[in-house]
Write a protein that binds this ligand. Structure first.
Ligand code: HEM
Length: 428
C-alpha cells in the first residue's frame, strides 16, 4: 500500500479525537482495513474490520502489552496485569483469576443491588434526575465493597474523586502517546497525586486485613489466600487492587448508563425488564442477558483497544515492525453491516436463538471485553453487575427517558456525554 499523506494523517487524527465512530466508519469505507493516523510520537494504525480483528485474535504472541501500556505503569503499578507479558503475566493472572470465578462473582450480586437501591431511595415521583453520576457512585461503592469488604467501603470517602482523576488521564492517554499529557500536563499531575492517595488507602486496607485471622471472601481475601500455597507479594496485591478499581468502576457504570438509555428508548421494554427481573412472570423470549449483549454491542464501554507490535508480520499488504501501534475497535466492529443486520438498531432479539434475526457472532465479531490472553478478567463481574443493577432499578422505579440523541464521550469507559436524565413516574 502507498505511504499515507502526513497532513491527511493529522487531520484524520483530529477527526478521530472529536468523533471516533463516524471517523472510523469513513476511514473504513475509504481505506479498508488500514488507516494511519497522527505523526510521531503519536502515530498509530487503525485496524478495522473483521479481517483485522481475526488476525489480532489469532496472533496475540506477536504483540506486547508491556510496551503498549508502559507509559501508564506509573498509574496502574508495574505489577498490574495489563502492563505485563508472557510468563510474568500468566503467573499474575493465575493468582488473580480465582477472585473472578462465576461462583465468587455471584457472591457480590446482593452488594450491587443494595447500593443501587440506596441510590434510588431518595427519588420521588415526578422528580427529574440525572442518573449517570449517582449510579456511577453506587457502582463504585459496590466495586469497592466487592474488592475490599463492607468496612473498607465505609472508609472509602475520597476514592471516587481520585479514581475519576486517574481514569481521565488513562482515557486521554489511551493511544499510548502524549495526546494531552505533554511534559507533566495538569491532567497527568493530578492523576499521579490521586494514584498516591489511592495507594496509601489500599496499603492501609491490606495492613488492616493482614491482622485478621480469616482473610475473608472478597477479592482482597482471595488474593491473600493465594493458590496452592503460592500468593502474590503485598506490593503485587496492591497493584492488582488499584488497577482492578481503575479498570472496573468507570467502565461498569458507563455500561449501566448505556443499558438504561437503550432500554428506555424502546416502548414497553422497561416493563419487560421488570418482568424478567421478577422471574417467572416474564412473557417475552427476550431476557436480561440478551439486552445486556445488545447494549454492549451498540455501546461497548471500551470503544477501542490498543496493541504494540513485538515481532514483524504482514497485514493487509503492509509490513508491521516492532514498536508499531495498532488500534482496533469493538465499537466499530459491532456496527459492521457485513456482520450485523440493521446494525444501528437496538434489537435484543438478535441474541435469541431461533429468532429471525439471530446471529451467533464469531469471537472476533463481538469483543466488548477484548480478546486473547488479556481478555477482561472482570467480564463476569461486569456482566453480573449491570444485569443486577438494571433489574434492581426496574423493580423499584418506573422512569421515563428525557435525554435524546446522546453523544458518546471517552474511549475507555465510553459514557453518555452530559449523562442520562429521566423523570420518575412511579416508585414500587
Ligand atoms: C463493562 C465493563 C467493562 C468493560 C467494557 C471492560 C473491557 C475491558 C477490555 C476491552 C480489556 C482489554 C482486553 C484486551 O486488551 O484484549 C479489559 C481488560 C481488563 N479489565 Fe475490564 N472491562 C470492564 C469491567 C471490568 C471490571 C469490573 C474489572 C475488575 C473489577 C476489570 C478488570 C480488567 C483488568 C484487570 C484487565 C486487564 C487484564 C489483563 O491484562 O490480563 N474490567 N477490560
Amino acid at each position: 500500500m502507498t505511504a499515507p499523506d502526513p497532513s491527511r494523517a493529522l487531520s484524520d487524527l483530529r477527526a478521530f479525537s472529536s468523533d471516533p465512530l463516524a471517523t472510523m466508519q469513513r476511514l473504513y469505507r475509504e481505506n479498508g482495513t488500514l488507516s494511519q493516523l497522527g505523526a510521531e510520537p503519536m502515530r498509530f494504525w487503525l485496524t478495522l474490520g473483521t479481517e483485522a480483528c481475526e488476525f489480532i485474535l489469532a496472533n496475540s504472541h506477536r504483540f506486547s502489552w508491556e510496551q503498549a501500556f508502559t507509559a501508564l505503569a506509573p498509574l496502574t503499578g508495574s505489577a498490574a496485569l495489563l502492563v505485563n507479558d508472557g510468563v510474568r503475566h500468566r503467573h499474575l493472572r493465575r493468582l488473580v483469576a480465582p477472585a473472578f470465578t462465576v461462583r465468587r462473582v455471584s457472591d457480590h450480586r446482593d452488594t450491587v443491588v443494595r447500593h443501587i437501591e440506596a441510590a434510588v431511595a431518595g427519588w420521588a415521583t415526578d422528580d427529574v434526575v440525572e442518573v449517570h453520576v449517582p449510579l456511577r457512585r453506587a457502582m463504585r461503592l459496590a466495586t469497592v465493597e466487592s474488592l475490599f469488604g463492607e468496612a473498607a467501603m465505609r472508609r472509602s470517602e475520597g476514592l471516587d474523586d481520585w479514581l475519576h482523576d486517574i481514569h481521565r488521564a488513562i482515557d486521554t492517554d489511551v493511544l499510548g502517546g502524549s495526546l494531552e499529557r505533554g511534559a507533566g500536563s495538569a491532567v497527568w499531575r493530578r492523576a499521579l497525586l490521586a494514584r498516591s492517595s489511592v495507594h496509601r488507602w489500599v496499603v492501609a486496607e491490606i495492613e488492616q486485613r493482614a491482622r485478621q485471622a480469616d482473610p475473608g471472601r472478597d477479592v482482597l481475601g482471595t488474593l491473600l489466600r493465594g493458590v496452592d500455597g503460592t500468593r502474590l507479594t503485598d506490593d503485587e496485591i496492591t497493584d492488582q487492587l488499584i488497577s482492578l478499581l481503575e479498570a472496573g468502576a468507570e467502565t461498569t457504570a458507563a455500561q449501566l448508563s448505556w443499558m438504561l438509555y437503550c432500554v428506555l428508548r424502546e416502548p414497553g421494554l422497561w416493563a419487560d425488564v421488570r418482568a424478567a427481573a421478577g422471574g417467572p412472570a416474564a412473557t417475552t423470549a427476550v431476557g436480561l442477558d440478551h439486552i445486556v449483549s445488545e447494549t454492549m454491542r451498540l455501546y461497548p464501554a471500551t470503544a477501542i483497544v490498543s496493541r504494540k507490535v513485538a515481532t514483524e508480520f504482514d497485514l493487509a499488504g503492509r509490513r508491521f515492525r516492532p514498536g508499531d501501534l495498532l488500534i482496533f475497535s469493538p465499537f466499530h466492529t459491532h456496527r459492521l453491516p457485513s456482520v450485523w443486520r440493521d446494525p444501528e438498531r437496538f434489537d435484543p432479539s438478535r441474541w435469541v436463538p431461533g429468532s429471525e434475526r439471530y446471529h451467533r457472532p464469531a469471537p472476533y465479531e463481538f469483543l466488548p471485553f477484548g480478546l486473547g490472553p488479556h481478555r477482561c478478567i472482570g467480564a463476569t463481574f461486569a456482566t453480573m453487575a449491570v444485569t443486577a443493577a438494571c433489574a434492581a432499578l426496574a423493580r423499584r422505579v418506573d422512569i421515563e427517558l428525557l435525554t435524546t440523541n446522546v453523544r458518546p464521550k471517552g474511549l475507555i469507559g465510553m459514557h453518555p456525554e452530559g449523562g442520562i436524565t429521566v423523570r420518575v413516574e412511579e416508585k414500587h
